[in-house]
Write a protein that binds this ligand. Structure first.
Ligand code: SF4
Length: 235
């Protein structure tokens, strides 16, 4: 089997290691495919669907699709970009996201995607679901109003034995992230900060720290999400 394969994204010839996932392979070729649930180094989940592309004419999530020789991928087309925009809008109406009062503003990937897609107001009616803010953990606060159920926290934040601090409970509309009570007591401040950072939105906030970087000086106050990837020089 060939080590390196050739494929095409929106007509551009790309090369990647055989079996690499499309999202990563695109990135290595200087093409940004938006995502909320993917995080480099974590097993892909395909839960947010924001990275959906057309692969050989079929809709597939780029984070879970291994690249193969000769694949024809559509990503930056009107149809796909409009679909992604709708998905992002649905995240806004399905939760309660109040950016001006959120500590994660300027670092939030959902907010940054809304800026990228020039969303000023969703086209769908807000659902205003009743969600909990849980502040009785020792080191963190979980604000379920902002959670996009990407599972990054569950997949990434583990103890030295590989046991997850976070888990999902319930199903369907009532699903939510919880922090294991016993694990919560053992959570260090460093792990709390790591959880805050890995969460793409402001659903996990470490206690005893806030607004360390003023608004206007934060990551997405300065750059558009994905612009760092689009600047990667390729041959
Ligand atoms: S708490 Fe954050 S990281 Fe965890 S599932 Fe929700 S949005 Fe994702």
């Amino acid at each position: 089997m060939a080590e390196v394969v050739r494929f095409f994204i929106d007509g551009k010839e790309c090369m990647a290691k055989n079996g690499d996932y499309l999202l990563q392979a695109a990135k290595e070729n200087g093409i940004y495919i938006p995502t909320l649930c993917h995080y480099d180094g974590l097993k892909p989940k395909g839960s947010c669907r924001v990275c959906t592309c057309k692969v050989n004419g079929r809709l597939m999530t780029a984070c879970t699709t291994p690249i193969a020789e000769g694949m024809m991928i559509e990503s930056n087309t009107l149809e796909i970009e409009e679909m992604r925009k709708s998905i992002i809008e649905l995240f806004f109406v399905d939760g309660n996201h109040f950016c001006p009062t959120c500590e994660k503003s300027g670092y939030c990937e959902l907010q940054a995607l809304a800026y990228r897609y020039r969303i000023t107001a969703p086209r769908y009616p807000f659902l205003f679901p009743l969600k909990r803010v849980v502040a009785d953990y020792a080191k963190i606060i979980i604000d379920h109003n902002r959670c996009v159920l990407c599972k990054r926290c569950v997949r990434a934040i583990k103890d030295e034995m590989g046991k997850s601090f976070f888990a999902y409970r319930r199903r369907g509309q009532n699903i939510e992230v919880i922090l294991d009570k016993r694990m919560s007591d053992r959570m260090s401040f460093e792990i709390a900060l790591e959880a805050e950072n890995i969460c793409p939105v402001g659903a996990i906030m470490a206690k005893r720290t806030a607004f360390t970087t003023p608004i206007g000086y934060r990551k997405f106050d300065k750059i558009t999400i994905g612009s760092d990837i689009e600047k990667i020089k390729t041959k």
